[in-house]
Design a protein around this ligand. Sequence first.
Ligand code: SAM
Ligand code: DTB
Ligand code: SF4
Length: 340
Amino acid sequence: MGEPRYDFSREEIQAIYDLPITTLVYLAQSVHRRYYAPDEIQMSTLLSIKTGGCKENCAYCPQSAHHATNVAAHGLLPVDDIVAAAREARDNGSSRFCMGAAWRNPPKKGPQFEKVLEAVREVRKLGLEVCTTLGMLDEEQAQQLAEAGVYAYNHNLDTSPEYYGDIISTRVYQDRLNTLDNVRKAGMTVCCGGIVGMGETKNDRVGLLHQLNQLCPHPESVPVNLLVKIEGTPLANEKDIDIFEMVRTVATACIIMPTSRVRLSAGRTQMSDEAQALCFMAGASSIFTGDKLLTTPNPGEDRDRSLLQRLGLKPVEAGSPEREHTSCGKGDGVACQAAP
Ligand code: SAM
Ligand code: DTB
Ligand code: SF4
């Protein structure tokens, strides 16, 4: 056990997910140690470079123009502001800087996309790994971002294919898979995960994990977000999910995608220190640092520094390369067919 497999059946994943938590966490930690140092946490910092007014209707998102939230929308930030934020993130120990834009897809060519490419080149010069999340990409945009120096592209599948339509109706699952395909073909690494706590069933969480497992090669990063409930969005009054479902999702992701770095992403402000520690024991080895995610609060440098210190964990050195993924040998990142 521990070598990447792309053919887990949904039933097999379900069986792993349902293991007694002691066995599940033990297995996840054992697999994690084969590929990663057990005491290292990779830190990424996010910046929203274009906020609000998005044409998509994602039910969880404060930045959708379809929901009346009180996000302060702004257009694309000046390149200098982006670079200043990246420098500060690096000085605070981040090894990756992730720029997010509330776009259905980036504008085709033109000054806005040029500005993004320029920001990527400048942030790259600071020695940071550059990540972007800008919505759907065509082949050419993916190529241009890769050439400018984007290391990773974040594009989440969010939930199971069956539940997707309940959460977003302005695009379909296949649109996301197509972008992931373009990202792979362009040679960027893939950051792809989802959200728990959106009213989905356990079967949906397993369905998402199954889809992620079939991405071939597996995404290098798998962000697991806990829903941040935002007033004005359709999910504002969603009931709290049992936090052990989050732990199970993290642990199962680590077991079925052993070379992927699983990131404890949004929602940490609602999680106790103990719950976060349990996620680290279950193999999560990355967090977003800073006091803001894209538009919502995050624990902040001081709180995280103290948490890592109490747990005896340390940040991954900036500039140390991510472990290369093990290729399935089946090609270019299109979902491989699961074994019958
Ligand atoms: N517009 C781009 C896209 O959707 O890919 C990039 C930005 S979007 C905000 C990035 C991801 O943030 C989403 O795919 C979703 O998984 C996550 N996200 C957004 N709002 C969230 C919330 N309220 N709680 C948890 N995760 C959230
Ligand atoms: C991801 O999966 N989580 C991050 C990152 N990728 C871009 C974003 C979380 C956003 C949470 C809501 C907000 O701050 O607006
Ligand atoms: Fe929010 Fe991204 Fe959906 Fe736009 S596409 S509403 S920014 S999650």
